[in-house]
Design a protein around this ligand. Structure first.
Ligand code: ASP
Length: 476
């Protein structure tokens, strides 16, 4: 096999008519015509027809091969103008099979939507070969690259925060990880980097971002897994408008870099109350039917949300957080708007307090959300008091934040954008799973690999864990 310096990509053969080239890739299709065998060879740049005289008959589709051959212009009448590679073909002189493919468990041509989800995910490495899926991953990568470019230009610093951490309150259950060294103690996987990014503001970073993995133990819906990726950012010395303007400019840059078309160059801003009145929800689609057809992206902001809401007794995480019967609507680390700080500190008219929260919606989906934070320890304490936490519970839960807020924490605010969702919208898909390389199945099983799965008795013992038999089993 040759290395990359000898390799020509399929797309490059258009410029190499008359030259001998080495191509590497997959046998996309094969047609036998007696002595002549035609294959389409596919690599990351495209696929091209290759012709073998008395050879290649034994190749199986989707095998990986290397060929040596001559690039020839196809005769005028044979040019297939529908195909970007229609003007050339390769006359094969030698070839080598690098990996022979047996019959595939799922087809890799077509859009794959007719294949059962569990099967697509079990063979995800094949499913991703289809151009639709391959393109979605490439577009996602380009979009993230463009976001990064913008943020670096604006003096942001990319910082990683821990995966093994303490519970962060984002309104979902935590995934917990047992400690081997400290018997009976657990880490939580981050629901978001919320607290660490705020601490980076205390640390003087001023402008932080991260392409952050977040893990929340939520009830699964067809379209939601336990993990997701967000573009997380935080800024110091900013007003709500500053953050919104920065995010808007960043999103506009990145969308245009991947060829997306925006409905509004300036994203309209709705009050929560007006949005509910007008659309019956705080995420809504402001596109016309024609704009929907054309795949236009319509972003809008929603602001002026209530800070607190009554606990939904059917939501386990809310019941846990809202001990007083009140819980936060978006983020307990937010500040109330300036006019409401006093009543917040006094715990008065709780239902009327407005938070400095802003949500970004796009095409009917929630694309992101953020807020200006409480950086005064009294305000943060008051939020947890309103939710019914005792002083000890507050100290235990967010004492480290209160402490940091007493040693020079600048006013700050930030946002997180849901990258899976944005990638989905940009790829013109309607399921999040189509924009994630290895998503979970709807029943919470991992793609390709078999998890969750039992672990050995030794592993459990080391972790000081005993698995209780389910009540049904005990009864037997
Ligand atoms: N931490 C919030 C979230 O994950 C976003 C933010 O307020 O920055 O939804």
């Amino acid at each position: 096999m040759h290395g990359i310096t000898d390799r020509t990509l399929v797309l490059e053969t258009l410029e190499k008519i008359g030259e001998e080239v080495i191509l590497q890739g997959w046998v996309e299709t094969k047609r036998d015509h007696g002595k002549l065998t035609f294959i389409d060879l596919r690599d990351r740049s495209g696929s091209v027809q290759c012709v073998g005289f008395q050879m290649m008959g034994e190749l199986t589709t989707e095998s990986v091969i290397e060929i040596k051959g001559l690039v020839k212009a196809r005769p005028e009448r044979m040019i297939n103008s529908d195909q970007k590679m229609g003007a050339v073909e390769i006359e094969v002189t030698e070839y080598e099979v690098l990996n022979k493919a047996k019959e595939l468990p799922i087809p890799v041509s077509g859009d794959g939507k007719e294949i059962h989800e569990e099967v697509r995910l079990k063979y995800r490495y094949l499913d991703l070969r289809r151009p639709r899926m391959n393109m979605a991953l490439r577009k996602r990568s380009q979009f993230i690259q463009a976001l990064r470019e913008y943020l670096f230009k604006e003096d942001f610093v990319e910082v990683e925060t821990p995966m093994l951490t303490k519970s962060t309150k984002e309104g979902a259950r935590d995934f917990i990880v047992p400690s081997r060294f400290q018997e009976g103690k657990f880490y939580a996987l981050p629901q978001s980097p919320q607290q660490y990014k705020q601490l980076l503001m205390t640390a003087g970073i001023e402008r932080y971002f991260q392409v952050a993995r977040c893990i929340r133990d939520e009830d699964l819906r067809a379209d939601r897994g336990f993990e997701f990726t967000q573009l997380d950012l935080e800024m110091s010395f900013v007003t709500q408008e500053d953050v919104m303007n920065t995010v808007e400019a960043m999103v506009k840059h990145a969308v245009s870099e991947v060829g997306g078309v925006l409905k509004d160059q300036s994203f309209p801003v709705f009050n929560y109350k007006d949005a509910i009145e007008k659309y019956g929800a705080d995420k809504f689609d402001i596109r016309t039917e024609e704009e929907k057809e054309a795949g236009v992206l319509a972003f809008a902001w929603v602001v002026s949300f209530p800070f607190f809401k009554k606990v939904d007794s059917t939501d386990a995480a809310e019941v846990l957080d809202g001990k007083s019967g009140w819980t936060f609507t978006h983020n307990p680390f937010s500040t109330p708007i300036a006019e409401h700080v006093e009543q917040h500190l006094k715990g008065e008219n709780i239902g009327d307090i407005v938070t400095a929260q802003y949500d970004l919606v796009c095409n009917g989906y929630e694309a992101g959300g953020g807020s200006i934070r409480a950086h005064n320890p009294e305000v943060l304490k008051s939020t947890f008091k309103i939710m019914g936490y005792t002083d000890e519970e507050i100290q235990d839960g967010v004492g480290h934040m209160l402490e940091a807020f007493e040693v020079g924490t600048p006013p700050h605010g930030g946002i997180a954008l849901g990258l899976d969702r944005l990638a989905m919208i940009l790829a013109n898909e309607t399921s999040l799973k189509e924009a994630i390389a290895f998503p979970m199945t709807s029943s919470g099983r991992t793609a390709v690999m078999d998890a969750p799965s039992p672990v050995s008795a030794e592993q459990l013992k080391e972790l000081h864990i005993a698995v209780a038999a389910s009540p049904k089993k005990k009864a037997k």
